[in-house]
Structure formats: structure tokens, C-alpha cells
Ligand binder design. Sequence first.
Ligand SMILES: [Cu+2]
Length: 138
Amino acid sequence: MLVRRGLAAVVLSALALVGGAPGGGGRPAWAATAERTYQVTQKFWKATVAGVNTLAVTNLPSDLIAYEGDTVVIVVRNESPIAEGFSIDAYGVHGVLASKQTRTFRLSGLRAGAYVIYCQLHPYSVHYPGTLLVLPRR
Ligand SMILES: [Cu+2]
């Protein structure tokens, strides 16, 4: 009986360690998910690629960071004089923005990993890709 009580105390202690924050909720503070909003601008400039005059475009900021489980809200503004794409394949995002258009993309339940953010309308040589980096919780 004494052994059983001791074992129960050990299990309860272990649960307290992983279960976390004083005051409850069952999740430690570091595991609290958050919603992060990024304002992304699709900037353009004149460029020469392989001897051809063209426009180059990049998203600023090009790299976004979040933690797994988070929600990110990405507000994208296209300042390019032509339509631009905004894609993140792993989250089913394949948006097209007309020139001067702003669109909002909401991704929830993020999974740890690095995901390419790119324009599906133009080649990488003139529309530089970025990354959505989702950090693991531990
Ligand atoms: Cu583009």
C-alpha cells in the first residue's frame, strides 16, 4: 500500500512537471499558441536578368516565423504594376493579387517545418521566394 501511494506521488509529480503553469489551464506558458500578423509588401524594381530588362519582385519581409500550433495572418499588399501570386503549398495558399490589391491569408494549426513562400505566376529568377519557418515547441 505504501509503495502504491509512493508511485502515485511520483506520477502526480511528473504530471505537474509536464502539465505546467501554476493556476492551471493544463498547458505550460511556453505552449500557449499565439496569433501573429505579418504585413507583407510585394515590392518591385527594374532589373536585368540574363541580359533582359525586366521587373524583379520580392515580398518584404520575405521570411516569416511562428511556432507550431500558432495561427498566422498574412496581409499581403501588391505594389507591383502587374498581378502577383502568393503561394504556400503546404497550407493550400495559392492567391493572386491584382496590382495595388491587398489580400489576407489566415493559416492556423501550423506544423513545424520550413515552407516555401513563392509567386506561382513568375519564375524564381524574377520573383524571389521566401520562407515560412514554423519552430517546434521544444
Ligand atoms: Cu510574381
